[in-house]
Design a protein around this ligand. Structure first.
Ligand code: DGJ
Length: 730
């Protein structure tokens, strides 16, 4: 039983393999947070709710209710009633006031986990997950608030979501609805998060939680390159293997907010949810609002354990695609090879050469439709450009397949160019404010996906092409962020619903896509990693991680991504040098080793690259085939981090059964007069003997774990090596 309720103590205890989460009820029915941490074997008391401490609970001491509420560790704090810390729910009623106070009514405990209406969310079988729903009510507003907790025992994950139902007779306006809150005593916490920019996504940042509120967020209509919908509070001694980590990850692809707040009493409140900036939802009588899911993880063995919990969780309970556990085709994408300058013959020449080297799929990127020869036109006109592909798309697809490769295609369905037939026909389909010229970005506007006919048009544009030819893969791109938020479809008082309705529109379209084309391999993308989030993972098993394919830059970007996401989901390609973004030249072999820590593919003109690079491709393809299964299914360990301090980077993937491990070492900067470096491996069985395949040397697991393994001297910057250890047959 993962969820227990002690009726006499009024305490819920939620247990995963190694963690417990405890919730308690006050005599009034406030839902309080007692504990999150290492697994407790016995039911605890509610002493941590501190109801015996002054100013006492309001039923005992009515005159100090506000002081009580400003101190009580609340599971889901509401605004306007005297808890002055960050609230999770702000509700404005018809009389213009903003206040909401919720009390426990009843609860249910069930096996399995209900789906979330219209939203991506984790799932699991009845023997994998249990769900607790706590029904609360504001008796004045007649508002029901359902706090939902799902316990994934094996993966040490608890997910939360919230549903709000208007059971009254008047319209309510939801001005803020977060998905999760954790009230804790401060333990000198530091915030750990990911941030960056275009071509610099997912850089790790860490800093002390100071007094007051510190937040990361997006107000760009997507989760964004800039800050990632993830926040962890960690104790100061936290490393990969030590320290306490409280992580929250948001299953949402739009505006988010994650915040840590240190209060006057030395507590810390951590919250996560939809960004309330420019958000307001009209909740009519009888209607409900479903907030997205937040994933909670606790580790008292440092960041590595958190990472492996999340990887297992996303692999088993978020990614639905059949490709999750299947070998994926090694692809070659023509974007960095040709940009917009290609035609049938050029693509076929790439396909022919790629086939010779064992590459399995050709992806035709941007520029195949309308009259798009650069990025300033034709989005929305999803008809083949007959100057480039005179025999049409099915002909090209068939020819590529005759060569022996599968075929993939690029789309940007959410966008519209001002210079397009679609825009000339439907200027009102654009997100814009009447009387104001909408701002362009990459010479494009954004379609108003709150309108059903716009979603239908955009979806049908994609589906029509997919139905026309045997296309195996789709790259769904999104190359600008949102502004000028106005919809001619929505009423004036519903304009603040547009950001969220846009995201719901994207989800609806992707749901239709994966339902109609269950065999399609879908890769999401947003100018690189602008929408790399757990919400997208629900639809696509892989997401393009960054437009920066420079192997050295990718070390940082992929380290950040891999802290949260399984390697099988991280889009990574080998491109040509000098790198198009940084101008840096790195060895072809190193580019291959770095791309192996992701989906692995090529993005270069194979007909033109230097011979010494080209002749390495068959070997790289072979290496990828050998290790793909291990990389897809194994446990990931971060051994050393270039972005932190070391002049080298090192990571390892160990098989779950401990029978093999693959170690990648990258020397970013050569340091003179250092002959070899020692790395300590993890995830091996101490008692097993391991053969290093490259040399035949034999090591015991304990030696590799405790004494370490010596990386032989490498000469030059950006050099790398792979080491494959296989358990000896006993
Ligand atoms: C941005 C993507 O990240 C690139 O890979 C490429 O598809 C371009 N868009 C095409 O416009």
């Amino acid at each position: 039983m993962a969820i227990q309720f002690d009726l006499s103590k009024k305490i819920f205890k939620l247990d995963t393999c190694t963690t417990s989460y405890v919730i308690g009820l006050s005599p009034e029915g406030y839902v309080g947070h007692i504990y999150y941490g290492p697994r407790l074997n016995f039911m605890c008391t509610n002493s941590l709710l501190r109801m015996e401490e002054r100013p006492y609970t309001p039923s005992v001491n009515r005159r100090e209710k506000c002081s009580f509420l400003d101190f009580f560790p609340m599971e889901y704090p509401t605004g306007g009633i005297g808890d002055y810390r960050e609230s999770c729910l702000d509700v404005r009623s018809e009389n213009g006031s903003m206040a909401c106070e919720i009390f426990y009514q009843h609860h249910t405990i069930q096996k399995g986990k209900p789906a979330l209406n219209g939203l991506p969310a984790s799932f699991g079988a009845e023997n994998e997950v249990e769900t607790l729903e706590i029904f609360c009510e504001d008796p004045v507003l007649k508002l029901q608030v359902v706090l939902s907790y799902s316990v994934f025992v094996q993966e040490d994950i608890i997910t939360r979501n919230v549903k709000i139902l208007n059971q009254g007779t008047g319209r309510l306006r939801l001005e803020k609805v977060y998905s999760a809150c954790l009230d804790m005593d401060n333990e000198e916490f530091e915030m750990l998060y990911l941030c960056g920019s275009w071509a610099r996504e997912n850089h790790l940042r860490r800093g002390k939680v100071r007094r007051g509120r510190q937040r990361i967020s997006s107000n760009k209509g997507e989760s964004g390159h800039q800050e990632h919908p993830f926040l962890a509070l960690v104790t100061p001694e936290t490393t990969q293997t030590t320290g306490k980590v409280y992580g929250m990850h948001f299953v949402y692809s739009g505006n988010f907010l994650a915040q840590a707040e240190q209060t006057q009493f030395g507590q810390v409140r951590m919250v996560m949810g939809i960004n309330p900036e420019e958000f307001c939802w009209n909740l009519e009588p009888g209607c409900e609002f479903q907030a997205p899911e937040a994933v909670l993880v606790y580790s008292n063995e440092g960041l590595g354990k958190m990472t492996r919990s999340l990887h297992d969780f996303y692999r088993s309970h978020m990614i639905r695609s059949k490709y999750l556990y299947q070998k994926r085709p090694i692809l070659i994408n023509n974007w960095e090879a040709t940009y917009f300058d290609f035609d049938t013959e050029k693509l076929l020449s790439i396909a022919r050469e790629a086939q010779k080297d064992g590459i399995e799929m050709l992806v035709m990127d941007d520029g195949w439709f309308g009259k798009r020869n650069c990025d300033d036109s034709s989005l929305g006109d999803w008809y083949v450009n007959e100057e480039k592909l005179p025999q049409g798309l099915p002909d090209l697809v068939n020819k590529v397949r005759e060569i022996g490769l599968e075929f993939g295609i690029w789309f940007e369905p959410e966008m519209i160019s001002p210079d397009s037939g679609l825009y000339r026909a439907h200027p009102d389909w654009v997100i814009r404010i009447p009387g104001r010229e909408p701002g362009q970005s990459r010479a494009q506007y954004v379609l108003d996906l709150s309108r059903p006919e716009v979603r239908d048009y955009a979806y049908e544009s994609v589906a029509r092409i997919l139905r026309s030819a045997p296309i195996s893969y789709l790259k769904w791109d999104m190359n600008r962020q949102l502004c000028d938020m106005g919809s001619s479809y929505l009423a004036a008082d519903a304009q603040q619903e547009l950001f969220h309705r846009y995201v719901l529109g994207v989800y609806e379209m992707q749901e239709r896509l994966v339902t109609e084309f269950p065999d399609l391999l879908l890769e999401n993308c947003s100018s690189g990693g602008g929408r790399f989030d757990p919400g997208m993972l629900y639809y696509s098993p892989q997401i393009w991680c960054s437009d920066d394919t420079d192997a050295m830059e990718r070390l940082r970007i992929q380290e950040g991504a891999a802290m949260l996401y399984p390697l099988s989901s991280i889009g990574a390609h080998i491109s040509d040098c000098p790198n198009h973004v940084t101008g840096r030249t790195t060895p072809f072999a190193t580019r291959g080793h770095v791309a192996l820590a992701g989906t692995f593919g090529y993005e270069l003109d194979i007909t033109r690259i230097p011979k010494e690079d080209r002749c390495q491709i068959p070997g790289q393809v072979e290496t990828c085939r050998r290790y793909q299964h291990l990389i897809r299914t194994g446990d990931y360990y971060r051994i050393a981090s270039w972005s932190e301090a070391a002049p080298y980077d090192c990571w390892e993937v160990a098989a779950k059964d401990r029978r093999e491990a693959l170690v990648t070492y990258v020397q970013v900067l050569a340091v003179p007069n250092i002959h070899s470096r020692k790395v300590l491996l993890q995830g091996l069985a101490p008692e097993k003997r391991y053969i290093l395949e490259e040399t035949g040397e034999v090591y015991t697991g304990e030696e590799l774990i405790y004494c370490g393994f010596l990386i032989k001297e490498l000469y030059g910057d950006c050099q790398s090596r792979l080491y494959h250890f296989v358990a000896a047959k006993e």
